[in-house]
Design a protein around this ligand. Structure first.
Ligand SMILES: *Cc1c(COP(=O)(O)O)cnc(C)c1O
Length: 397
C-alpha cells in the first residue's frame, strides 16, 4: 500500500488531489450537493435535457416493456428493436448511411481506432484530444503522433513519409477543456488531398452546434463524405448515456467485425436506447434550446470580458477561466462554492502544467439571472485574487 499512499500524498501536497462530491436529486441549473443547493456550472448537460421528464418517461415505459437488462452483447441477442431504431434515426438525422451504438464514448474511441489501425499504421492526433482518443492511439498496434493544437501545417509536415492508406487523422470537434473547435474544413481538405481517413470526436458538438444541432460537421458546412467517421456521445447534450459512430455502410460493417469494445461487451439497456430516441426528438424539435444557449454564451462572454476575465477563444458552452496554478484554481472554486456556485477546477494532468482553470459550462437550463449571479460571484473572488485578470501583469508562477 505504501506506493499508493505515496502518490496520494504527493498529489495532496501540490494541490492535484482529486476527490468527488455526492449529488442528490435531478440534474439541472441548480443541483443539490451534500444538503446544499448550488447554481451548477459544471455539467455537460448543454441543452438541459438530463432531467427532462419526457425522456425519463420514455425510459420508464421501455423498462416496463423490456425489463432493465439487455441480457447479452449486441452480436448475440442483446440488440433490440429500440437499439435498431435509435441507430437508424441517428444515421438519418446526420445524413450518414448507418450508425452503430457503443456503451460509452470512451469505448467507442478505443474500439474505432483499434479496429482501423494495423501494424505499421499511424494515428495522428491533435495534442489536446480527449484522453479516450489518446488512449485509443496508444493501445493501437500503430504509432501515435500528436500534432501541435490546431496547427494544420505542422500536421502536414508530420504526415510526410507515412502511408496514408494505413493512417488515420483524429480530432476532437470541440476541445473538452478549452471549448475551441477544430479547423475541420482545413483538416478535411488535407485528408482529401492526402487520401487519409479523417475521424471527428464530436462529444461536445453534437446537439449543440450547427443550425440543426448536427455538430461541428454541419457547422463547417461539411458532410460525412468529407468527414467519414463521426463519433458522438449521448451523455452530454442528449442528457442520456452512451455513444455512437456514424458513417458509411462499409465503415459500420467493418467495425461490427473488428471493434472489440463493441463486440465483447453487454449491449446497453434497451431503455437507454428508448431514452436517447426521445432525447433526439427534443434535440431536433426544440431548437430554442440551442438559440437560448447561444445567447447565454454571448451574454456571458460580453460581460466577463468587461470584467477583464481571462477567457479562452471559445464560442461554445465550455468557457474556461485560466487560473495558472492549481492552488489558485482550487481556491477560487472553493470561494465560489461558499457563495452557492459550483464550478469544477480542472488541473494537470487533465490540462497542461501551469494551465489549471475553472471550466465553466453553460446550459440551456440556465437563465440570464444565473449568469449574472456567476459573474458577480466571480468578480468578488477576483477582488481577492486579482492575478486571474488578463489586463494586469501575470504574477511569476
Ligand atoms: C466525454 C467525452 C468522451 C467520452 O464519452 P463518454 O460517453 O462519457 O465515455 C469522449 N470524447 C470526448 C471529447 C469527450 O468529451
Amino acid at each position: 500500500m505504501r506506493r499508493f499512499e505515496d502518490l496520494i500524498r504527493k498529489r495532496q501536497a501540490c494541490d492535484l488531489y482529486r476527490d468527488y462530491s455526492t449529488r442528490t436529486g435531478v440534474m439541472g441549473a441548480e443541483i443539490e450537493i451534500e444538503g446544499r443547493t448550488y447554481l451548477n456550472f459544471s455539467s455537460n448537460d448543454y441543452l438541459g435535457l438530463a432531467g427532462d421528464p419526457r425522456i425519463a418517461d420514455a425510459a420508464i415505459s421501455a423498462i416496463q416493456r423490456y425489463g432493465i437488462g439487455s441480457g447479452s452483447a449486441h452480436l448475440i441477442v442483446g440488440h433490440t428493436d429500440e437499439h435498431q431504431r435509435l441507430e437508424q434515426e441517428l444515421a438519418q438525422w446526420l445524413g450518414t448511411e448507418r450508425a452503430l451504438l457503443f456503451s460509452t464514448g470512451y469505448m467507442a474511441n478505443m474500439g474505432i481506432i483499434n479496429a482501423l489501425i494495423e501494424p505499421k499504421g499511424h494515428v495522428f492526433e491533435d495534442a489536446l484530444n480527449h484522453a479516450s482518443l489518446l488512449d485509443g492511439g496508444l493501445l493501437s498496434r500503430g504509432r501515435m503522433i500528436r500534432w501541435p493544437h490546431r496547427d494544420i501545417e505542422a500536421l502536414r509536415q508530420l504526415m510526410q513519409g507515412c502511408d496514408p492508406s494505413r493512417s488515420l487523422i483524429v480530432t476532437d470537434g470541440v476541445f473538452s477543456m478549452d471549448g475551441d473547435t477544430a479547423p475541420l474544413k482545413a483538416l478535411a481538405e488535407l485528408a482529401r488531398e492526402t487520401q487519409t481517413l479523417l475521424m471527428i470526436d464530436d462529444a461536445h458538438g453534437i446537439g449543440v452546434l450547427g443550425a440543426q444541432g448536427r455538430g461541428c460537421v454541419e457547422q463547417a458546412g461539411l458532410t460525412f463524405h468529407d468527414v467519414p467517421i463521426i463519433m458522438g456521445t449521448l451523455g452530454k447534450a442528449f442528457g442520456v448515456f452512451g455513444a455512437f459512430v456514424a458513417g458509411s455502410d462499409t465503415l459500420i460493417d467493418f467495425l461490427v467485425q473488428r471493434a472489440r469494445t463493441y463486440i465483447y461487451t453487454t449491449a446497453p439497456p434497451p431503455a437507454l436506447a428508448a431514452a436517447a430516441r426521445a432525447a433526439l426528438r427534443l434535440v431536433v424539435e426544440e431548437s430554442w434550446r440551442r438559440d437560448h444557449l447561444m445567447s447565454l454564451i454571448k451574454y456571458f462572454r460580453h460581460n466577463a470580458t468587461a470584467l477583464g476575465l481571462a477567457l479562452g477563444a471559445s464560442e461554445t458552452p465550455i468557457q474556461p477561466l485560466l487560473c495558472g496554478d492549481s492552488r489558485r484554481a482550487l481556491m477560487i472554486s472553493r470561494q465560489l462554492a461558499q457563495q452557492g456556485i459550483w464550478v469544477t477546477p480542472i488541473r494537470p494532468p487533465t490540462v497542461p502544467e501551469g494551465s489549471a482553470r475553472l471550466r465553466i459550462s453553460l446550459s440551456a437550463a440556465h437563465q440570464k439571472e444565473h449568469i449574472d449571479q456567476l459573474l458577480s460571484a466571480l468578480s468578488q473572488c477576483l477582488r481577492v485574487d486579482e492575478s486571474v485578470q488578463t489586463d494586469k501583469p501575470r504574477q511569476q508562477e
